[in-house]
Ligand binder design. Structure first.
Ligand SMILES: CC(C)(COP(=O)(O)OP(=O)(O)OC[C@H]1O[C@@H](n2cnc3c(N)ncnc32)[C@H](O)[C@@H]1OP(=O)(O)O)[C@@H](O)C(=O)NCCC(=O)NCCS
Length: 202
């Protein structure tokens, strides 16, 4: 997003250490359509058909009013929009999805911070018992990111997702509310570079 964009005035809901999560606005539709149709992140996310502008508009309009699908644009401190993170809430469970669509921002710790920030906000404001996600087992960068954010590996769901001609296994991961409250113990165990006893390092 350009620095002088009117969207800069949009309220920011969640602030992490490295990123901010801001609400999706109608003005984001073109960017979101470009991301979902052409971004290199497509390789790692589950099958999606290309979307027309109208379909993307409809998705944004629905996401904006559906309390069970909170979605946010991930923004750097320099106001650059780099991706999207969101939840699909079903009762006491929520499924998390994330994609940083601008690859030059991969592997800089921004994804981990975005996940932590959304998980923390969600556990604060909703009566969730667990937040879960599925990821291709080959997606080592994403799995590492999720582990750093406090998620644990649960197991493989066999032939779970159809993508480009084959049914593929996925890894189920989750973080429980009680684990989050207890200081994200798995995130701490996942690294030896811990600096502080009460929060996992970056
Ligand atoms: C997955 C994603 C959100 C992670 O965000 P990110 O900002 O790139 O991740 P982070 O930098 O926070 O963490 C990545 C970790 O994996 C490590 N890593 C990077 N590339 C790696 C690779 N090829 N193999 C293994 N580990 C790798 C990084 O060093 C880092 O670990 P560290 O903090 O211990 O050094 C982002 O890469 C992305 O959007 N990718 C494309 C779409 C996607 O995969 N979405 C998830 C679908 S389930």
């Amino acid at each position: 997003m350009a620095r002088n964009s009117p969207r800069k005035a949009a309220p920011t809901w969640l602030v992490g250490e490295k990123v901010r999560l801001r609400p999706i606005e109608p003005a984001d539709v073109t960017m979101l359509q470009r991301w979902i149709n052409t971004s290199p992140a497509r390789e790692f996310i589950f099958s999606r058909f290309p979307l027309s502008l109208e379909q993307e508009r409809e998705w944004v309009a629905n996401a904006a009013v559906n309390p069970n699908t909170p979605c946010y644009i991930i923004e750097t401190p320099a106001d650059v929009d780099i991706g999207i993170v969101g939840l699909h809430v079903e009762g006491a469970r929520a499924a998390l999805g994330i994609a940083i669509h601008e690859p030059r921002y991969w592997a800089r710790g921004l994804g981990t911070d975005a996940v932590r920030t959304l998980v923390d906000g969600a556990f604060r404001v909703r009566p969730l018992i667990r937040i879960e996600l599925t990821v291709f087992p080959e997606n080592a960068r994403a799995i590492r990111c999720y582990e750093r954010a406090g998620f644990a590996r649960e197991g493989i769901l066999r032939r779970y997702v159809y993508k480009e001609g084959t049914y593929r296994d996925v890894l189920m991961m989750s973080v429980l509310h009680e684990e989050w409250l207890a200081g994200r113990p798995r995130a701490k165990r996942a690294t030896s570079r811990q600096k502080s006893p009460d929060r996992p390092p970056r």
